[in-house]
Design a protein around this ligand. Structure first.
Ligand code: ATP
Ligand code: MG
Length: 139
């Protein structure tokens, strides 16, 4: 069965969106098989967003993920097509392009504070789950 890595970013936690995010994935029918609150180390955040290293917003992105003002809620969700469907539930990267009804479309307005992350492919899901979770932390 397919699995994906979903993370509620610190701004999403600060804004009280944890239950809303979990609700949307659960009501869709997906199964939560791993969850923890964690302030990622700089190394973890840099590795997670390694493909964006050359982008001008990379440093700010890493600082925002690691600030520690609120944790990241790291999760593993399981079910049919969950990688692609998870991206649909989340909505477009830029909240101003995200459809109403998606999480970013309903709750966010800034690309730099878009509340949630979801893996974008099978390869990145596998890498990200391994990066954020020990095997014993996933059901
Ligand atoms: P994520 O990987 O967080 O799920 P995504 O896959 O929709 O988002 P990416 O292109 O992987 O989009 O960008 C990763 C994150 O980098 C975005 O979610 C956003 O927080 C941040 N980001 C992307 N573009 C910008 C930008 N132009 N300015 C500021 N931050 C940005
Ligand atoms: Mg991405």
């Amino acid at each position: 069965i397919e699995r994906t890595f979903i993370a509620i970013k610190p701004d999403g936690v600060q804004r009280g969106l944890v239950a809303e995010v979990i609700n949307r994935f659960e009501r869709k029918g997906y199964k939560l098989v791993g969850i923890k609150a964690i302030v990622p180390s700089k190394e973890l955040a840099e590795e997670h967003y390694g493909d964006l290293k050359a982008r001008p917003f990379y440093k700010g992105l890493v600082n925002y993920m690691t600030s520690g003002r609120a944790p990241v809620i790291a999760m593993v969700w399981e079910g049919p097509d969950v990688i692609r469907q998870g991206r649909r539930i989340i909505g477009a990267t830029n909240p101003l392009d995200a459809e109403p009804g998606s999480i970013r479309g309903d709750y966010t307005i800034s690309v730099g504070r878009n509340a949630i992350h979801g893996s974008d492919s099978f390869e990145s899901a596998t890498i990200e789950i391994g990066l954020w979770f020990k095997p014993t932390e996933v059901f």
